[in-house]
Design a binder for this molecule. Sequence first.
Ligand SMILES: [Zn+2]
Length: 262
Amino acid sequence: MFAAQLDRLSGLAASLGHAGWALLLLAPFVGSLLGVLIRRLAEGRPIVRGRSHCERCGARLTPRDLVPLISWLAARGRCRQCGHPLGWFNPGVELAALAVAAIALAVDGAEHAWLDCLLGWWLLALAWIDARQWLLPDVLTLPLLVLGLLLAALFTPEDLADHAAAAILGYVALRAVAWLYERLRHCEGLGQGDAKLFAAAGAWLGIAALPQVILVAALAALVTAAGLSLAGTRMRAHSALPFGPFLALATWLLWLLGSFSR
Ligand SMILES: [Zn+2]
């Protein structure tokens, strides 16, 4: 019985190929870069400045401390100098980046997974920053929009007009909803950043996918809100969740689903 399972595992390992394994090995390193990006953008600090150090004793992290996941596990999540807990943030982002690569490989195979990963990692950073700071920085949403249009121009030029129209429509639609919400409720429900992220989703996915993105994002937000209130968090009419993480999740899901028909 075990032999059969081992056979299946080694078959799976072989089917990944060098490209697949490279992507899986690369993923945690991308995760630590995303961690730096998320921290710096969420705190409004420049991206390239200073090195990571322990928050309590200020000990600088040496290369030995910067191997994703492994260093954290080896040090049992504590600073090697003073024993201060390092927290779950870094291993969390690294694991999430690894999960993105694993899902992309499972869905699309090694040949196409790199593009799924590029989008998935980008959206992961956006979702995480929005969850922390209620902020979707332009420096991430706008290049993502441009990249979606570039890819459409490169791979499916006949669809470029559709994707460009989807970007405009996505932005206008969410701004209209936000305007309506503010009129009715006299408080901000959706930010500018949400509209820009939805525009980027349009640039990547095209017009036909926009309603599905909103539907999936809204459902995921509802399920999360229900889960939070079951878990004891009181949800009132004015308490709200950032919408960006759900938009990001829905965009990536629709992209992966679409890849079956590509
Ligand atoms: Zn320390």
